[in-house]
Write a protein that binds this ligand. Structure first.
Ligand code: RIB
Ligand code: CA
Length: 311
């Protein structure tokens, strides 16, 4: 079992919701907090949605901390067409009590990474990188203190999913992505090259639908929504499951293959804004701090989700 003490930074978001359900059901993960950010839907809704998923998973022990309301520089761009008006597809949203949490996500990231022993805390990012970038600017010392940054974002071989050349999380805040990728932190990057190998087939969704329990039911509902939207808006392919990949990597790294790289982000061109230039040709690959996920075992990821939600 791979142990991890971590903060999950996200923009729930249908697939962020599945990632949170997987994380909440995995005892190896010591989730210190869930931080949320403006992305798929507004910052208010992503924070509300994280609390809804926490309630479903019965994890009141995990604080949810709302974060940045907009990207660092560019205007906000949402992805409601893929996540529905609420951001959680057609999941019925029982009202969740206000937990009175008022710490800001960026403050929580900085204070947690500064107060805990260096090299012991992972940060997973499954939305725009705004909160983490702000934290790195606010307290650069966290860059050396963070154990691993594991992100969903970018594309190399697969091209873009929000424009021809950009993946949504990077496109939504390219300046934040440039700060994080340029920081020198140890980063594992699950781009579309990886997540497009992890698709919600009918059989994989049916296996989760066969489970009992509120988390399994919510996961199946989220996956069903994704499958329907993908069929309507893309080309009828099975929906890729993006955000659970970083969580699955923490739990079962053997399901993935990585290559050392360097990543630059386009932050100026209107045509290619948010493009990730992923360079494998390095003078010293052993010195690379960023690793790009090139292969993912889609069935293995779904087996892990099914196994965890069955418990
Ligand atoms: O490109 C996929 C990413 O964009 C996922 O994180 C999804 O939630 C959306 O935010
Ligand atoms: Ca997301």
């Amino acid at each position: 079992m791979s142990e991890s003490s971590l903060i999950i930074d996200c923009d729930p978001g249908v697939d962020d919701g599945v990632a949170l359900l997987l994380a909440f059901a995995s005892p190896e993960l010591d989730i210190l907090g869930v931080t949320t950010v403006a992305g798929n839907v507004s910052a208010a809704l992503t924070a509300r949605n994280a609390r809804v998923i926490r309630h479903i998973a019965r994890r009141p022990d995990v604080p949810v901390l709302a974060g940045c309301q907009r990207p660092l520089v560019r205007p906000p761009v949402e992805a409601g067409h893929f996540h529905g008006e609420t951001g959680l597809g057609d999941l019925s949203l029982d009202p969740v009590a206000d937990d009175g949490e008022c710490r800001h996500a960026v403050d929580f990231l900085v204070s947690t990474l500064m107060e805990r022993p260096a090299g012991t805390i992972d940060v997973v990012v499954t939305g725009p990188f705004t909160n983490l970038a702000m934290a790195m600017v606010r307290e650069p010392e966290i860059i050396a203190r963070v154990r691993r940054v594991v992100v969903m974002g970018g594309a190399r071989r697969e091209g873009g999913n929000i424009t021809a050349s950009a993946e949504y999380n990077i496109f939504a805040d390219p300046h934040a992505a440039q700060i994080v990728f340029g920081s020198g932190a140890a980063i594992v990057v699950h781009g579309l090259d990886a997540t497009h190998q992890v698709r919600a087939t009918e059989a994989r969704i049916a296996a989760i639908e066969a489970l009992d329990g509120a988390s399994a039911r919510a996961c199946a509902t989220l996956l069903r929504f994704s499958r329907r939207i993908e069929a309507e808006q893309v080309r009828g392919l099975d929906a890729p499951l993006h955000d659970p990949c970083p969580i699955a990597w923490l739990l079962a790294p053997e399901l993935f293959e990585t290559v050392p790289c360097e990543i630059q982000v386009e932050t100026a061109s209107p045509l290619t804004l948010g493009h990730t230039a992923v360079e494998f040709r390095l003078a010293d690959p052993a010195a690379a701090t960023i690793h790009w996920v090139t292969a993912a075992d889609g069935q293995g990821v779904f087996d892990l989700i099914t196994e965890r939600l069955a418990t």
